[in-house]
Write a protein that binds this ligand. Sequence first.
Ligand code: NIG
Ligand code: FE
Length: 414
Amino acid sequence: LIFNIKKLVQVEEEPRLLVAGKDMATLNTIDNAYLIIKGDVIEDFGPMERLEKPQQQGLQIDKRIDATGKMVFPSFCDSHTHLVYAGSREIEYVDKIKGLSYEEIAQKGGGILNSAKLLHDTGEEELYFQAMERIHEIIGLGTGAVEIKSGYGLSVEDELKMLRVIKRIRETTPIIIKATFLGAHAVPSDYKGRQGEYVDLIINEMLPMVAADDLADYIDVFCDQGFFTQEETERMLMAGIKHGMRGKIHANELANSGGIQVGVKYSALSVDHLEFTGAAEIKCLLNSETMPTLLPGAAFFLGMAYPPARKMIDAGLPVALASDYNPGSSPSGDMKFVMSLGCIKMKMTPEEVINATTINSAYAMGVSDIVGSIARGKIANLFITKPISSIEFMPYAYTAKLIDKVILKGKVIA
Ligand code: NIG
Ligand code: FE
């Protein structure tokens, strides 16, 4: 039982799968509230004056948390990360500061291929431990569900190695994990000039093995200028669908690549990045099942233009926000900072960024039926803040550590 909660945030009496357009500006909250967790699920909540003695509800309370002055939020859902990787890439960071672009760094053998080399030279056990440190880090930052991509393997063996690490993380942490196969993250150096053959390798060898071992929920393709074309993306998405994997596409980060249209055409669960989004792309996304997912941490780190979140929401679209945690374009999994960027850089309101980092991001990774809001029967993944004055204070105090306690699957995390 958590009692005397100053504000219970993102409450749903009738669970929704996502929130779009104008509705994103509203958040359902309860002041001076209680919340009861039973096992790993949310059993009940309401205003304090409605709290009967738990015995009267036939419940025996074995733990009470006094949340006077504090708020309770559903855990963040981070629907787009690459947090399984080896080492780090601060050398490129310096290149970037000196003026090289993301594509120039990639052409120099840096970028994704640099991480692929590091990953190849790192054992599976070590890779798991490095990734688990990041998992513990993001749990402490309030994330309760995270999608993790492969894509630093770029060979049959190393892609499977990454996906096995993701599977092991799923089996050893309380955080909810979805795995995405991103063999089409870049063309490995030994396939240079033979991109089509690499696409064949993905379709004919990697995908069947990934599917046979049930190692991925979704398939991703980096559909962008200098990476994979629209036609190649179509072929890979079709193959993925055949193996029961829905698309989650990296699209329109570096140019107007047509990735959004391909994603929508194949009913991708999400299209992500979207720095280059115009009226045609917005129109295409309306009335689709595809969640536009923005990653402002990457635009921040690369010093690029931000995606037009305001235009999307004003046009009636839903928007999700995710961290893109990765060594090259966003070495941070801090979803609270992502909220702040959404507000300051993309002119989203605090209510909108909360919807975008909880229920909509849950949709974008296919878990909004079990997490993403405070609703009866949903998994009890939430965090209790330190005493704060208002909801707005969360994105406003953009480097303050405001999380007091994290609860995952109903248990307080040490
Ligand atoms: O989401 N855009 C493609 N992939 C990552 C970057 C990966 C890297 O540079 O290592 C991204 O930004
Ligand atoms: Fe990414």
